[in-house]
Design a protein around this ligand. Structure first.
Ligand code: GDP
Length: 433
């Protein structure tokens, strides 16, 4: 894997940033102070790419002296890393030590991304801008502690890092993408699974590096290997007499838990039921990507088709963002549309909007459609950031309480602007006094 070194003076926030990058909250424990301490390497993943992060933060300045400790980091980075994040404390600015290290790094010709840390408020932006003077290009204002700006920083880091060798599963990191095929009894799950397994190659569960779980099936579809999770419950057509629904719903929940994307089958020969909706809600609440497959399309006549479309309009309104395929597991109709729909949903699920673009959008939205005035005051959205993906999560900062209707309006506009097809999105609002 390509290696990223995080370099900077003591106390600029290197370890906090490393924790951010590897998605961990607790502080790195510095149990073995001193120069002999091993470099600690972690594995990180961002936007579907994996890389190593080397934490040099524990190198003790007491032993080496401040300048020597930072120089040692830089030397290590030059020797072993593919790219460097150079962290500067924006509240302090660039020191002589910083400038000396920059010289070392530039001479070595490694790609360097400049992180201006501890930019917690709007005022810090100008502190960050001063760091252009280091000659490392654009300083990325971040708050490693609160996560602000770290998404954009990581995007930049990925540009600087070489691509990892291709994964054996095409799009997948850490094994094939995981699909849960769910739906109430008799919607055609087993038929659909047989249909895809018949036309496509069923990959024997013998690939090294994949967790071998006998209830999962690896199936190659559209040139990509997918893992259909928990298929034993689909294959084994036993009908439990007592509590069958209860067990079916447990199994659905377990499959959804293991999956990245849920394909929900609906039986179009019957009316859309409360149970169908409950299953969809399960997938949405679990934050999974979602595709809706309307099965048994071969059974539809003109009239039923008419009523079905009306039903979909009313009953499926809350998941109108999910890609839809009209299939027949019996005849194989539109089976080839399943994979593109799943890929669309996964792409939406992993989408990240750069902070700059998000705020340009929010600024325009707030100016054009301000929040209704309440109690003589007008709550405003001040700025926002995307806190995560899979599914996309946004944190918006507001000057007052934002009503549910306005939140829904924001979600609708976000979807219009950025797509997010096939994925739930979470928006939380924090009020700043
Ligand atoms: P599961 O309980 O969801 O696994 O459903 P099955 O796959 O066992 O299907 C239930 C019944 O629906 C079976 O009799 C299938 O033959 C039938 N079926 C499944 N898919 C289709 C389809 O696309 N068209 C028609 N006409 N029947 C289907």
């Amino acid at each position: 894997l390509p290696a990223l070194a995080v370099v900077g003076r003591p106390n600029v926030g290197k370890s906090t940033l490393v924790n951010r990058i590897i998605g961990r909250r607790e502080a790195v424990v510095q149990d073995k102070p001193g120069v002999t301490r091993d470099r600690v390497t972690y594995e990180a993943e961002w936007a579907g790419r994996r890389f190593k992060v080397v934490d040099t933060g524990g190198w003790e300045q007491d032993v080496l002296g401040l300048d020597a400790s930072v120089a040692a980091q830089a030397e290590y980075a030059i020797e072993a890393a593919d790219a460097v994040v150079f962290v500067v404390d924006a509240t302090v600015g660039a020191t002589d030590t910083d400038e000396a290290v920059v010289k070392l790094l530039r001479r070595a010709g490694k790609p360097v991304v400049l992180a201006a840390n501890k930019v917690d408020g709007m005022s810090g932006e100008s502190d960050a801008a001063v760091l252009w003077s280091l000659g490392l290009g654009e300083p990325f204002p971040i708050s490693a502690l609160h996560g602000r700006g770290t998404g954009d920083l990581l995007d930049e880091i990925l540009k600087a890092l070489p691509e990892a060798p291709p994964q054996r599963f095409g799009t997948a990191v850490g094994g094939p993408r995981r699909i849960a095929l769910i739906g109430r009894p008799n919607v055609g799950k087993s038929s659909l699974l047989n249909q895809v397994a018949k036309e496509e190659r069923v990959v024997v569960n013998e690939l090294s590096g994949t967790t071998r779980d006998p209830v999962d099936e690896l199936i190659e579809l559209g040139g990509i290997t997918w893992k259909f999770v928990d298929t034993a419950g689909i294959r084994r057509r036993v009908h439990l007499q007592e509590g069958a629904d209860y067990y079916a719903s447990l199994r659905t929940a377990a499959a959804v838990e293991k999956a990245e994307v849920a394909v929900v089958l609906i039986d179009t020969s019957e009316s859309i039921s409360v149970q169908d909706q409950r299953i969809i809600t399960m997938a949405v609440d679990a934050g999974r990507a979602l595709v809706i497959a309307y099965n048994k399309w071969d059974t539809l006549d003109e009239e039923r088709r008419y009523y079905l479309e009306r039903e979909i309009e009313t009953e499926m309104q809350q998941v109108a963002w999910a890609p839809r395929v009209n299939v027949s597991a019996l005849t194989g109709r539109h089976m080839e549309k399943l994979v593109p729909a799943i890929e669309t949903a996964l792409a939406g699920w992993e989408t990240r909007i750069p902070t700059g673009r998000l705020n340009a959008f929010l600024g325009e939205l707030v100016a054009g459609h301000p929040h209704p005035i309440r109690g003589g005051k007008q709550p405003r959205i001040l700025f926002g950031t995307q806190a995560g993906t899979k599914p996309p999560r946004f944190v918006l900062f507001a000057s007052g309480f934002i009503e549910a209707g306005y939140r829904r309006f924001i979600e609708r506009r976000l979807r219009e602007e950025f797509g997010f097809e096939g994925t739930p999105i979470h928006i939380s609002v924090r009020v700043r006094e």
